[in-house]
Design a protein around this ligand. Sequence first.
Ligand SMILES: Cc1cc2nc3c(=O)[nH]c(=O)nc-3n(C[C@H](O)[C@H](O)[C@H](O)COP(=O)(O)OP(=O)(O)OC[C@H]3O[C@@H](n4cnc5c(N)ncnc54)[C@H](O)[C@@H]3O)c2cc1C
Length: 419
Amino acid sequence: MGQDKMTDLVIVGAGMVGLTLAALLADSGLSIRIIETREFDADHALSWEQAQREQGYDSRVSALTVASQQVLTVAGVWSQMEQMRLMPYRAMDVWDGEGTGHIRFDCTELHEPCLGHIVENRVTQSALLQRLAELDHCQLSVGVALNELSEPDADGFRTLTLSNGEALQARCVVAADGALSNTRRLAGIGMWEWDYGHHAIVTTVTTEQPNQATCWQRFTDDGPLAFLPLANPHLSSIVWSTSPDHAKALMELDDEAFCQALEQAFEGRLGRVTHSDSRYVLPLRQRHARHYVKEGFAAIGDAAHTIHPLAGQGVNLGLMDAAALAETILDGLEADVDWSAEYHLRRFQRARQGENLQMAATMEGFKRLFDAEGVMPRILRNAGMTWMNRLTPVKNHIVQQAMGLSGALPRLARRPVKE
Ligand SMILES: Cc1cc2nc3c(=O)[nH]c(=O)nc-3n(C[C@H](O)[C@H](O)[C@H](O)COP(=O)(O)OP(=O)(O)OC[C@H]3O[C@@H](n4cnc5c(N)ncnc54)[C@H](O)[C@@H]3O)c2cc1C
C-alpha cells in the first residue's frame, strides 16, 4: 500500500450541514476532504438551472430561520440562494383541528420583514457546492463511502479506509452523514433513540387560493399537517405527519383522491387542492447521540440528532452545530492549541448539546400534548393557544424561538448590530 494521503479535516456527508461547515472554514488554511456516498454527478449538482428545468420544485424543503440565514450569509451562499429561488414567509398560522385553539404570528408585529424563508433543500445544497468549487482548500469525492475508521495514532491522526480502496489520514473526522450515520457508529458513539409513531408524507401541491406567504399548520387527530408557501403563490410544500397505517392508506390513493383527503384534513383553508406532485413517505424517529465529540472526532446535524419536523427546526439546529464547530476550530487555530483534541472539541459539545436536547424535549412535549385524547388535553390545548395568542410577551418569546433568535447562539449566527 502506498503512502496514506494526509488531510487536516475529513467531513463525511455532503448534505446541507457538512457543506456549510466546509464553507465556514474557507479562510482557516485547513485542507478539507468531503466524502459523499451518493453518485451525483458533481457538474449536475452545480447546475441549478438544469435541475430546475428537469425536476421542477424539490419535494424536500426547509423553513430556514433568521439565524440560519445569517450562517449561510457568512458561508458566502445566501445571495446566491436568493438568486436561485426562496420564499420569505411573513406569518405562521397554527390551529387545533379538534377545538377552538388558534394562534397567529405576523412579522409586522415584530417589525421584521419576514419570519424566515422556505427554501428547497436542493437550492441550499447547489449554492454550497458552487461556493466550494471556487475554493482551493476543499476537495469533494462523490460515490465513495467510509468503510473503516481507526482510533487516533500516537501523532493524533485517524486512518480512514474508503470504499474505493483509498486510505486517508486525518487530524479530525466530522460525521455529517445524516440520521443513519455510519461514521458515528464507527467512532463508537451510541444513541438515545425512539419512534415517534409517525410517518411524514411530503410533496408539492397546487391550491385554488394563494398561499399568502404564510406557513399553515393544523393539528389533526393523527398528527400535524403543514402547508409551507413556495415562490409560486399557488404552490405549497406539505408535510403531513400521521400514523404509519394512515400514511400507508394515503400513499395508496390516486392523485385525485389524495388531493381530496388533503383538502378535507386542511379544512379547505386554501380552497381546493387541485394537483399533487409525486409523494414520498419518511418514518420519523427521535435520535440523540450520547456524545458529540471524541479525540479527533465530532458529529453534527442529523448525524448527532433528529427531531420531529413539526416545528421545522432539524436543519436549523444542524446549521447551528456547523457554526459552533467552525467557531471552535477557528478559535483553536487562533490560540495555537490542538484544535482537534477532545478537550478542545468539548467546547463545541457544551455549546450545542444543551440547546439541541432542549429543542428535542420541546418537540416531544408538543407531540404528546397534541397526541393525547380526551377532554382535558383538548381544553388545555385550546385554552393554551388562545391564551398565548393574546399574551404579547409569551407570543414574542415563542416567535423569537421559531426564528432561531433565542438561546445561546453561535457567534457566526448572530445578526450584526445595526449602527
Ligand atoms: C419531512 C421532513 C421535513 C423537514 N422539514 C424541515 C424544516 O422545515 N426545517 C428544518 O430545519 N428541518 C427540517 N427537516 C429536517 C432536515 O431535513 C434535516 O435535519 C437535514 O436534512 C439534515 O441535514 P444533514 O446535512 O445533517 O443530513 P442529510 O441531509 O441527511 O445529509 C447527509 C449526507 O450524507 C451522505 N451520506 C450518508 N451516509 C454516508 C456515508 N456512509 N458516507 C458518505 N456520505 C454519506 C448522504 O448521501 C447525504 O448527502 C425535515 C425533515 C423531514 C423528515
